[in-house]
Design a protein around this ligand. Structure first.
Ligand code: PEP
Length: 251
């Protein structure tokens, strides 16, 4: 039985006080409840402050990116061990904004995933097709290639330590959510890819989140699909009430 996992990707939003306020409200409401796994991923600068605000609750702390090297002359970058050092448990990797705006390739995401796993972080590895790719019936080819490239060389026991997020680009931040059927079709396809690359037992344990305009209204139906194991939430994770409603939809 895969535990549902809801993660909030705050992207480049909030200031320190707003982030702490949001995190404290979530921590107060969620407390030590563990029926749904919950994480917040604030901007890197606020990780420590947000980490302090969720301390004592069951909410995990996540970062939005990392570098693949452990240390050295990489101005502006953050190593996986540094994220661990400030209390992170998770790191989002290969988000479509990083792939599109910062030109990250599957090979880059693969190096980061390997480094994050080696440091002891749980990577949330994002994949997803563009609207043009969906309209050209290339969704399966695109997401399969992204998963194979981003997770290249990983053994079954490493796959069990990460989470995949299927995030169709056309649904991110647009208010156009994938239908439960569209999302479920891709999730089931990815699980069958994992079955063929690893074993059915491994594939059955890997959590695959859906991301793209998830909100309090649509979360429950999406999360009731057999292969949708949680959500990566952008905009709707910036308000405590809305994010808590999504978490409730996972119960
Ligand atoms: C995201 O950026 O990961 C995301 C899913 O954003 P939104 O929920 O705003 O579509």
């Amino acid at each position: 039985m895969r535990k549902k996992f809801i993660a909030g990707n705050w992207k480049m939003n909030t200031n320190a006080a707003q982030g702490v306020e949001l995190a404290a409200a979530l921590a107060k409401a969620i407390g030590s409840s563990t029926d749904v796994e919950v994480a917040v991923c604030p901007p890197a600068l606020y990780l420590s402050a947000v980490g302090a605000a969720i301390k004592g609750s069951s909410i995990g702390l996540g970062a939005q990116n990392c570098h693949h090297e452990a240390k050295g002359a990489f101005t502006g970058e953050i190593a996986p061990a540094m994220l661990l050092d400030v209390g992170c448990k998770y790191v989002i990797l290969g988000h479509s904004e990083r792939r599109q705006l910062f030109h990250e390739t599957n090979a880059d995401v693969n190096k980061k995933t390997i480094a994050a796993l080696a440091a002891g972080l749980t990577p949330i590895v994002c994949v997803g097709e563009s609207l043009a790719e969906r309209q050209a019936n290339k969704t399966s080819d695109v997401v399969r290639e992204q998963v194979q490239g981003s997770l290249a060389g990983l053994a079954g026991e490493q796959i069990l330590k990460l989470v995949i997020a299927y995030e169709p680009i056309w649904a991110i931040g647009t208010g156009v959510v994938a239908t439960p059927e569209q999302a479920e079709e891709v999730h089931a396809d990815l699980r069958s890819l994992l079955t063929s690359r690893y074993t059915a037992a491994v594939a059955d344990k890997v959590r695959i989140q859906y991301g793209g305009s998830v909100n309090a209204e649509n979360a429950k139906t999406l999360l009731s699909q057999p292969n949708i194991d949680g959500a990566l939430v952008g905009g709707a994770s910036l308000k405590a009430d809305g994010f808590l409603a999504i978490i409730n939809g996972a119960k």
